[in-house]
Design a binder for this molecule. Structure first.
Ligand SMILES: Nc1ncnc2c1ncn2[C@@H]1O[C@H](COP(=O)(O)OP(=O)(O)OP(=O)(O)O)[C@@H](O)[C@H]1O
Ligand SMILES: [Mg+2]
Length: 448
């Protein structure tokens, strides 16, 4: 199947111009005609073309000028020059000036059709793959200075093969940023393999990463290719790298140093061409000090570190993120009432962008078709300062409020205790002990 292109045919001989245009139209192209170089310049300025087929010799504005004007456009079309016998040298000069092709007049029409068709195909294929990569690249909201700096750093490092470590709290956008780095880099056409290092126990993780031979361990009934091999010529994203055990750290360190690895049960090392991006919400420098993380491994991982700031450190992103989320659900941003916006801005978002998205998801359900109001949003888990006095009253019990707060936090965190603890501003250990102490008491028990 021929691919359709938008073609401009420029010839000061009307008969030939019409003939060429009709033929190209028969091939399915969308063709416009200009009877002079000047007319062509006007059309080029007004409309987008994929291919320009122009006569070289024309009075006033000649084919070379049309070529120059075309090449100067933001998205320059491909230019094919038609030239009479005996002017082949100027055609060669035109090629040097950026023409894609030329045909000698009188030419076989088939030859011209073939060339235009070929240009149209490669051009659309190119545009398609560029458009596809653009679609796959996450479109990250970055209105705050802090997030703009993150994106600028990401843009700088994306086209290199440098090993990148993404640090930041849970839900700040590290995984999205890893995808951004891959699809904006030169490995975009290759695989992106994401591995969640925390999800598996050590031996399984190693099998997944390095692959194994048949019979390498009980249950290894067949040979298995690992993630490292699968990521060849692409990017390996090691998520939650802080959870990797010391034994696996050693193996990954070797891989980072030499880009070779030995599948479990194999005798020979394999080598692959892989770029490594990793992410963690842990303070790895502290883990190194505590002896839980190898310093040499960290040193290899953070060749280039991007620290993604928490949402509370970039308030300018909150409303644009909310608007983006709502519009992705087909909800106009105006449905968010002004007091609701204030509530969003006042909240600390300990769960970061993910918490914001969850809160909005819930709010859109609660609000139905109406506008989103503050009561649809979280923020009730914490008692706003100043409300203390009205809460004091008959039947007041600190215990009761504590219980209610913990309950609200757990509910809002979807049962995630780490997040709930953060919402309450306490450590996880403290949350556990609070839960234990409340469990051991009846809700209506009063301490006296
Ligand atoms: N700048 C941003 N613009 C738009 N959406 C974002 C942005 N940052 C994060 N998100 C969205 O927020 C959610 C959480 O992001 P992501 O999963 O990348 O966070 P994370 O830092 O990898 O979290 P975790 O540490 O829990 O893995 C995703 O739905 C993501 O699309
Ligand atoms: Mg993630």
């Amino acid at each position: 199947m021929a691919i359709m292109a938008r073609v401009l045919v420029v010839d000061d001989e009307p008969k030939l111009g019409r003939f060429v245009a009709e033929m190209l139209e028969l091939d399915g192209h969308e063709v416009a005609r200009a009877g002079s170089g000047r007319e062509a310049l006007g059309l080029l300025a007004a409309r987008a073309f994929d291919v320009v087929v122009t006569d070289l010799r024309m009075p006033e504005v000649d084919g070379l000028e049309v070529l120059r004007a075309a090449r100067a456009l933001p998205t320059p079309p491909e230019v094919v020059l038609m030239t009479a016998h005996g002017t082949a040298e100027s055609a060669v000069a035109a090629m040097k000036a950026g023409a894609a092709d030329y045909v000698l007049k009188p030419f076989a029409m088939d030859e011209l059709r073939l060339r235009v068709g070929r240009l149209a195909t490669s051009r659309t294929a190119e545009a398609r793959s560029a458009a596809l990569l653009d679609r796959l690249t996450p479109d990250l909201v970055a209105e705050s200075p802090a997030m703009k700096a993150v994106l600028a750093a990401a843009r700088q490092v994306a086209p290199t093969d440098a090993t990148v470590l993404l640090t930041g709290e849970s839900g700040t956008g590290k995984s999205q940023l890893a995808r951004f780095l891959h699809y904006q880099g030169r490995r975009a056409g290759g695989p992106l393999v994401e591995v969640h290092c925390a999800a598996l126990p050590e031996t399984l993780l190693e099998g997944e990463l390095f692959g194994h031979e048949k019979g390498a361990f009980t249950g290894a009934v067949a040979r298995k290719q690992g993630h490292l091999a699968a990521a060849d010529r692409g990017t390996l994203f090691l998520d939650e790298i802080g959870e990797v055990t010391p034994a696996t750290q050693v193996k990954l360190l070797r891989f980072l140093q030499e880009r070779t690895f030995v599948p479990l049960g194999a005798t020979e090392a394999r080598s692959v061409d892989v770029r490594v991006i990793s992410a963690t919400n842990r303070d790895l420098a502290a883990a190194v000090k505590a002896g839980a993380f190898r310093e040499d491994f960290l040193y290899r991982l953070n060749v280039f570190e991007i620290a993604v700031p928490p949402l509370r450190a970039r308030r300018e992103d909150v409303l644009p993120l909310a608007a983006r989320f709502l519009s992705s659900r087909g909800i106009p941003a105006e449905r968010l009432s002004a007091p609701a916006r204030d509530r969003l801005l006042a909240h600390a978002w300990p769960g970061n962008v993910r918490e914001l998205e969850n809160a909005l998801e819930r709010a859109t359900i609660l609000a139905g078709q109406g506008e989103i109001r503050p009561e649809h949003l979280p923020g009730n888990a914490a008692i706003p300062t100043g409300r203390g006095p009205e809460l004091l009253g008959e039947g007041f019990s600190l215990d009761h409020h504590e219980r209610a707060l913990i309950h609200a936090a757990l509910e809002r965190a979807g049962g995630n205790k780490t997040l709930a603890a953060r919402l309450l501003g306490v450590t996880r250990r403290r949350l556990y002990s609070l839960l234990a102490s409340h469990d051991s008491r009846d809700p209506d028990d009063r301490d006296d």
